[in-house]
Design a binder for this molecule. Sequence first.
Ligand SMILES: Cc1ncc(COP(=O)(O)O)c(C=O)c1O
Length: 502
Amino acid sequence: MFVLIWLVSCVSRLHRSPTLLHLRHSRITHSLKSNQMASTFLSLPSVSPSAAQSVQDKCKDKMKSGNAFKSAFFGKDKQPLSMKTKSHGRITMAVAVKASRFDSITMAPPDPILGVSEAFKADTNELKLNLGVGAYRTEELQPYVLKVVRKAENLMLERGENKEYLPIEGLAAFNKATAELLFGADNPVLHEQRVATIQGLSGTGSLRIAAALIERYFPGAKILISSPTWGNHKNIFNDARVPWSEYRYYDPKTVGLDFDGMIEDIKAAPEGSFVLLHGCAHNPTGIDPTPQQWEKIADVIQEKNHFPFFDVAYQGFASGSLDEDASSVRLFAARGMELLVAQSYSKNLGLYAERVGAINVLCSSPDAAIRVKSQMKRIARPMYSNPPVHGARIVANVVGNPDFFNEWKDEMEMMAGRIKSVRQKLYNNLSSKDKTGKDWSFVLKQIGMFSFTGLNKAQSDNMTDKWHIYMTKDGRISLAGLSAAKCEYLADAIIDSYHNVS
Ligand SMILES: Cc1ncc(COP(=O)(O)O)c(C=O)c1O
């Protein structure tokens, strides 16, 4: 009540003031209900912003000094109200705002990967290039919808399929197709019904289900993740409260794999730890172990009774072959090991926004697989109830139709081929333009969507600030967002950043 009386007196003084003759309040609203944000605002349509501001300042001073302030601007629950001003063109409002119960919540930092796209959008320079997010672009740097996806969608539309809820575990035809793509349709582990598969919310959601399973049924078990790794892995395991530590992976001296370090760290981990492995096209480095190295990794994991946990986000996208890119997983499965595999169809089918993927748990018995599946469903139910149908139907239709399946493989080869060709062109430009004799051949040895340039944070900042090239601050660039026409420009930027910024 005090506040209302006080504001009305402020406004009536404005009316009487000879210097503010035109000033006229048009509206006063007042609400001081408990548990509701209390706001009192004046709308001053015909006064200059500066005049209105000075009146507000006087009012604010008065409020600060007066005893009435304390009682009027504290609610019953003693939460303080503060004065704020907002300007909307010629209208200036004084706003008394009760402190929010959310005041203790601080601003979250932008996401290190998705935040790059936001910054890119805000840049108006025509030379700008977004190499931050791992999403495929055409030579014209436009998003690409696979032709086979459009065909499958048209078929789905013709059939007039309904939008009923899926069961918690997802679309049965999708789950069958995805496990077959991963392990190979004739793999004994499938015939023996030892794989528990449920559809997940793409790669991220599938990893999250597995993390919850680990937290619930292997309390205290640690997961080893590569250093470096895809930025979201740590978030996922932190949120699921699964303790993690890192194993060495990247050797900055060779810009290659620190294989000895990796083996040493996996050996040193407590027995029965989970080991997160990128099935192919390691993100962010683009450096994969050789088949012989995979065998050794499997040896150590078996010796230490660890659990392999594969993240397969790029099957078919790394080499252009679905089978070749699944060979690491199949090698471990052939040894009779129990393992987990998260899959994503964001990249290989371009279904980024459909959120389609799966979590597969290979168990040593069909009975264990049934129980594990029931518990994964139990985890999924309170999280999101059941997964979306559209992307799952696309996958099931593409894989289930031999013509579509072959078309998909061709398109995947085309996408992987375009990335390989810009990789080669970037390397050619780097080695011909850099007169210092630096060896840039690591660019060619890396595989998949990304190149890990070895640029540090200051050098990566230079790429963005001076050259308008957007990338993650760990020095990763997505070659899927590069066109042949921009290779020379990118090479100039990398050479400048590498040699002129420390
Ligand atoms: C290694 C890795 N795992 C998982 C994902 C998950 O992606 P999504 O949730 O879009 O399927 C990504 C995406 O970039 C990735 O690079």
